[in-house]
Design a protein around this ligand. Structure first.
Ligand SMILES: [Zn+2]
Length: 156
């Protein structure tokens, strides 16, 4: 069955829903409480921009041409947004220290070029991979810190 969905934003779309009228009715009620797909997408984009601005306001200014700076600001803000998400996850103390060091190292990077190069190596979605690389580089240091903090030798 095709139903007309009148979204909360005022847009309407026809949509094929379940042949079961009860299920279809529930789906209509649910959908009509939301924004249409394109308004939802626009809202997500606007929210993302607001989040980026918020993060950027706490970071030092970037150096480079205006074009480089505009580009690098986005990459840097996305990196710190992803890092903040990772920091919310429960983690052992030595891992927290690593994240803390990543944050402080990356905060000092103010060359727009660095962030543009950085994105080629590491998309914000693969920040965990980056953290792993970072961790491997400093593994000896963190292993010794973990031994100090917990008395345990971590599994490799
Ligand atoms: Zn809409």
């Amino acid at each position: 069955m095709i139903y007309q969905i009148n979204y909360a934003c005022g847009h309407s779309l026809d949509m094929k829903l379940s042949p079961d009228p009860v299920d279809a009715r529930d789906a209509v009620v649910d959908l009509e409480g939301r924004l249409c797909p394109s308004c939802e997408k626009a809202q997500k984009k606007a929210n993302r921009e607001a989040d980026r601005d918020e993060v950027d306001a706490l970071l030092p200014p970037l150096e480079g041409t205006p074009k480089q700076v505009a580009w690098a600001r986005r990459i840097r803000a996305d990196f710190f947004l992803a890092l903040t998400e990772i920091e919310k996850e429960p983690a052992p103390e030595y891992h927290r220290e690593m994240l803390h060091d990543i944050r402080s190292d990356q905060t000092k990077r103010t060359k727009a070029k660095y962030w543009i190069e950085f994105q080629k190596l590491c998309r914000p979605t693969s920040i965990e991979e980056y953290a792993n690389l970072w961790w491997l580089e400093r593994r000896t240091y963190y292993v010794s810190r973990q031994v100090q903090l917990t008395g345990e030798i971590p599994d490799s």
